[in-house]
Design a protein around this ligand. Structure first.
Ligand SMILES: *Cc1c(COP(=O)(O)O)cnc(C)c1O
Length: 383
């Protein structure tokens, strides 16, 4: 029996060496040598104007929500088809997440639905780059500008992906990245906020440092540091940063490896899509993905659940994904919906993810063979 997990966190390069180095350097709290190296590498990878390392994407989203100056009664438009952190960040400010439907092809927020959901209370649009394929950022930026809203990228899955040749992280006013162990580049838990509006830089540093001007103090710009604004502890320690640094150095190689697995899956399942048995990932001509995720869309919920059971019986992990936030208990309590969410409901019921990680290698063939045995027991379309 082949045992293939959905994800396996992997040592890629110099993680252990850098961890030792961080300990030897004697600073374990945040914003030391490795944090600044990570900031430099993330700046290169995203083309963002400013980068602040955080302890998670959740933290970066919470910082973004504070920087949007959200208050009770304010609204933030976002997809319902996302992780809870996108909405929690808004709810924690007392503001209201407004859930809209996704595009049935890209599974990203549909700009037309966003335009329909705008009210005088809309303060921001939170766009998720699902599966590492960028949302339609030009259309969203146009709406954000027209209604004086901030545009925030939930780029948790999108490090190294790009839109019209511009990397994720440089597209919105703010962007949040994740280095959770299920993402492409990891440090167990970890994240970053990127900022493309220089007037937000100083406040972002303060929010991240417990509401103090500590960063300015360390740059010698003030002679003592003190409490100047709201904030929390959003920064990771140097042990996390050192591990992350080793991974960020290999980000391009990680992406290339994952894209080759993605392409192999695309090729292997193409005959099943031609036979209209499954639907494969789709993306716009403007998007370049990063091999974060490979998913299949099955006929209905029963088909999808039977597929997962078939794969599990062979020890292969193929999880489904988001329970739509608009139907979750807290989503109903704290959010509201705009328009119908029938695409979100259907995608959520029919989507399944296949194993995707750096070391998967030839085990991808075992995943493909086992999956084909489900769709086509007679082996007609196998290749
Ligand atoms: C993973 C993920 C998050 C949360 O990231 P953490 O680093 O675990 O906080 C948020 N949004 C999306 C879309 C994600 O995929």
């Amino acid at each position: 029996m082949v045992e293939i997990p959905f994800n396996r966190p992997t040592l890629i390069g110099k993680e252990i060496t850098y961890l030792r180095d961080a300990i030897r350097r004697g600073q374990l709290s945040g914003d030391g040598y490795f944090t600044s190296r990570c900031n430099m590498l993330i700046t290169e990878l995203t083309g963002a104007q400013k980068v602040l390392l955080t302890h998670s994407c959740t933290a970066a989203l919470e910082m973004a929500a504070i920087l949007c100056d959200l208050a009770p009664g304010d609204e933030v438009i976002m997809p319902s088809f996302t992780f809870v952190s996108t909405a929690n960040a808004v709810t924690l400010r007392g503001a209201t997440p407004v859930f809209v439907d996704i595009d049935p092809d890209t599974l990203n927020i549909d700009p037309m639905r966003v335009a329909d959901a705008i009210t005088p209370r809309t303060r921001a649009i939170f766009a998720v780059h699902y599966a590492g394929f960028p949302a339609d950022m030009d259309a969203l930026a146009k709406i954000a500008r027209a209604y004086d809203c901030l545009l925030v990228e939930d780029a948790a899955q999108a490090l190294g992906a790009s839109y019209k040749g511009r990397p994720c992280g440089s597209l919105g006013d703010l962007a949040a990245f994740s280095f959770h162990e299920t993402k492409n580049v990891i440090s167990g838990e970890g994240g970053a906020l990127t900022i493309n509006r220089p007037e937000l830089n100083e406040r972002a540093e303060i929010i991240r440092e417990k509401g103090t001007n500590r960063s300015k103090f360390f740059r010698g710009q003030v002679d003592k540091y003190t409490w100047v604004d709201i904030g929390s502890s959003f920064l990771p320690g140097e042990l996390i940063a050192s591990y992350l640094c080793a991974q960020l150095e290999m980000a391009e190689m990680i992406k290339i490896r994952r894209l080759s697995i993605f392409e192999r899956y695309m090729e292997a399942f193409a005959p099943l899509e031609q036979a209209q048995r499954v639907r494969l990932p789709r993306w716009s001509e403007h998007s370049t993905g990063n091999g974060h995720m490979f998913y299949l869309l099955l006929r209905d919920g029963a088909d999808r659940d039977a597929f997962i059971a078939h794969m599990r019986a062979a020890g292969i992990g193929t999880p489904f994904h988001y329970v739509p936030l608009h139907s979750a208990p807290a989503g109903r309590r704290y959010g509201r919906t705009s328009g119908t969410l029938s695409i979100t409901d259907r995608i959520s019921e029919t989507l399944v993810r296949l194993p995707m990680f750096f070391e998967l290698g030839s085990q991808a063939e075992d995943v493909i063979d086992r999956a084909h045995a489900y769709f086509d027991p007679a082996g007609v379309t196998a290749q």
